[in-house]
Design a protein. Structure first.
Length: 465
């Protein structure tokens, strides 16, 4: 069977299995029936020849035994009985005796009289036998009409009916096979997914039914396995989240407990310092929990006009005590930029991004170093670049940028860059990281000055305070 013609850019449509099976059955039946008819005709032809040869031998033997005269009358009577023309031929005298008015064809003179059927040029059959005194008895008859001759109309009509019935039977058998196979093929992409399988022929007792039953059992088994795997992944994720959050909260809690105890005996000045530290550590815990909650259930940013340069300077002031404690020097390239960079953004979340980037840079240099911060204004986009002199990002960390709860820092929560990446993308920007040629890492957080609006979101009305 042919397939649809391939055209550039087009898909080749496969031939239907039902059509292929039906066509194969039809061709087989057509060729088989024609072969059987021809074989049957040849068999009848051989049987008629044997019968004619036997009839000729019997009559020739009868003439020899009875020694009847080889006369024209005998040839006429014998020919009438057996339905053939009979001739008596004496080669020695070249005398040919037959029924009055019959003439023996010259071609007979060239043929052997061995008792076998010879086909004459006009299609007649000839059998010659050697009689008494060297006389040859020749029997001639026209070939019998075939019982199932291919030139008969009733033969072709019978064959046509047989072919149509065979074609219908082949189509029915093909559809009986291809229909369940189609449903099985449609079910394969759904195996193991949340979708239910279509109705399959599981009630059939043949191989297709066994395949449908196996497919159903496999689907159920994969679904159960997926549920078990999801449950295990959820438990593992909760364990990682709990461990990370506990590690991040442990230090602020310890500091709060220590300064709360000092308040009982401290003087006014020391008590003020302790209260300030307690408030700072409480804000730190609140920020960690808020960061975790924002990642678990993010909400659309609350856009408002803000100055990015001012936000960077504020983030640097908040990070200054921790950087000084870690022996890290912050090179503030933003302090030299007097002109503000106005953007439309969520101030709280932008501050969260800046704080996370600065904290990662400081923590990347436990033995001290320098952190460089600068702002690049590039038309519709503005970027904050933070560079440090730490060990840089590993190949694994570069490949898993933004993956939550992945951290190479001992006890790290693994949410800093993930949250920063989500916030940048929510503001129409990106977060990119790379390693510097001379050592250290660079993080580039870009934001759109006017991010695209989300569905059902409106710009703030500047007239409303």
């Amino acid at each position: 069977m042919s397939r649809s013609t391939d055209q550039p850019g087009s898909k080749t449509r496969p031939v239907s299995l039902a059509v292929w099976m039906t066509a194969s059955v039809a061709v087989f039946v057509l060729l088989g029936s024609l072969s059987l008819v021809l074989a049957f005709e040849r068999h009848l032809d051989r049987e008629e020849r044997r019968a004619f040869e036997g009839l000729a031998r019997v009559n020739a033997g009868f003439l020899d035994r009875t020694r009847l005269p080889h006369s024209a009358t005998m040839a006429a009577q014998l020919g009438e009985i057996i339905g053939a023309r009979v001739f008596f031929w004496q080669p020695a005298t070249r005398e040919i005796v037959g029924k009055a008015g019959d003439t023996m064809p010259d071609a007979v003179l060239q043929m052997d009289c061995d008792g076998k059927v010879k086909v004459m040029p006009d299609g007649a059959w000839m059998v010659g036998l050697l009689g008494r005194d060297g006389t040859r008895v020749v029997f001639l008859r026209t070939a019998a009409e075939r019982v199932l001759a291919m030139d008969r109309a009733d033969t072709w009509l019978a064959l046509a009916v047989f072919w149509l019935l065979s074609l219908a039977l082949g189509w029915w058998l093909a559809r009986r096979v291809t229909r369940p196979l189609r449903s099985l093929a449609e079910s394969l992409p759904l195996v193991g997914t949340e979708h239910a399988l279509p109705r399959l022929p599981v009630a059939r007792g043949d191989e297709i039914g066994q395949l449908a039953q196996t497919l159903t059992r496999t689907h159920d088994s994969l679904r159960h396995e997926r549920e078990r795997r999801r449950a295990a992944e959820r438990h593992a994720l909760l364990g990682r989240m709990a461990t990370s959050l506990a590690h991040e909260v442990r230090n602020p809690v310890a500091a709060i407990r220590l300064h709360a105890q000092l308040l009982e005996t401290a003087g006014p000045a020391e008590a003020a310092i302790s209260r300030q530290l307690i408030e700072s550590e409480a804000e730190r815990i609140e920020g960690l929990v808020g960061q975790w909650m924002n990642h678990a259930k993010p909400a659309p940013p609350m856009l408002a006009e803000m100055d990015l340069v001012g936000a960077v300077r504020q983030a640097l002031r908040l990070m200054e005590p921790q950087a000084r404690h870690a022996g890290v020097t912050i090179e503030d390239a933003v302090a030299q930029e007097r002109a503000p960079v106005p953007i439309l953004a969520d101030r709280h979340r932008v501050q969260q991004v800046l704080g996370n980037l600065l904290l990662n840079a400081v923590q990347a240099m436990p033995c001290g170093g320098r952190v460089s911060v600068r702002v690049e204004d590039a038309g519709p986009q503005v970027a904050v670049l933070v560079e440090d002199e730490g060990a840089g990002f590993s190949a694994s960390a570069l490949g898993r940028l933004g993956e939550p709860f992945y951290s190479e820092k001992e006890g790290g929560m693994g949410l800093g860059l993930a949250v920063a990446k989500d916030i940048c993308e929510a503001h129409g920007g990106t977060l990119a990281v790379d390693n510097l040629a001379g050592g250290g890492a660079r993080v580039r957080a870009s934001l759109a000055k006017t991010p695209p609006l989300l569905p059902n979101e409106k710009l703030p009305d500047p007239s409303i305070p």
